[in-house]
Design a protein around this ligand. Structure first.
Ligand code: HEC
Length: 199
């Protein structure tokens, strides 16, 4: 009889322990509205719209009037161009560029974003594959980081004293006296497109 009583008490206290536990445990990870593949698909689509427009415009402005012309345009009209192309994004989707060394301070990564950029940089330095990084913020809210790598043609406005185009950079530095986005080399990790998706 005593054994039985003990057993019952043990079962009850164990049950209590578990229920107490589950009450104090942190909330479960949010459910997913989209799969990781669906999120990446949305992100790729959005970056094609915004990144594509930026690249096309840069090319067109260089073709029209050389690097100084492009520098003048980028220094004055990047926001307008962004607002214009953003109209083509799906509802609930936005794209921005973030970096730890901004030219335009509005593109400075937040502390949380800097941690993700650092992690990408670490992988990059180790020659690990760096694809898109997906962070789920809540059940229906995702943020996707797509690394941006420097190409030789970028150095005209983001390079060092050897590679930078002096004329173009004079225009840039007037508009951005606090510019940090220089001294890059081709192949350097520059920052990321950050795609925000709310479904
Ligand atoms: C003609 C000069 C010029 C060239 C060439 C150029 N950029 Fe820029 N870049 C700028 C200017 C000016 C800004 C600041 C625009 C703004 O206000 O967002 C900028 C901003 C950026 C930003 C946003 C982050 C920040 O620092 O504010 C990224 C990322 C970037 N450039 C990457 C590139 C890449 C990659 C290339 C090559 C494909 C490139 N740039 C070529 C002039 C240039």
């Amino acid at each position: 009889m005593q054994m039985k009583m003990k057993l019952i008490l043990t079962i009850i206290s164990t049950a209590l322990l578990f229920s107490a536990c589950s009450n104090t445990q942190p909330q479960e990870a949010p459910k997913k509205v989209l799969s990781e593949e669906e999120v990446k698909f949305e992100a790729r689509k959005a970056i094609r719209v915004v990144g594509g427009a930026f690249m096309q415009t840069l090319k067109a402005k260089v073709r029209e009037g050389g690097l100084s012309n492009a520098a003048t345009f980028c220094s004055a009209h990047t926001d307008d161009l962004y607002n214009e192309v953003s109209k083509n994004l799906d509802e609930g989707v936005s794209v921005k560029r973030i970096t730890d060394k901004p030219r335009n301070m509005q593109n400075m990564a937040t502390d949380e974003q800097l941690l993700v950029l650092k992690e990408i940089q670490r992988k990059f330095n180790n020659n690990e594959r760096i694809g898109m990084v997906v962070k789920q913020k809540s059940e229906n809210h995702y943020q996707v980081y797509k690394p941006i790598i420097m190409m030789a043609k970028c150095l005209n406005c983001h390079g060092d004293s050897k590679t930078i185009n002096k004329e173009a950079y004079e225009i840039v530095s007037k508009k951005y006296p606090q510019d940090m986005a220089i001294n890059y080399k081709a192949g350097d990790f520059r920052g990321a497109f950050l795609v925000d998706i709310i479904k």
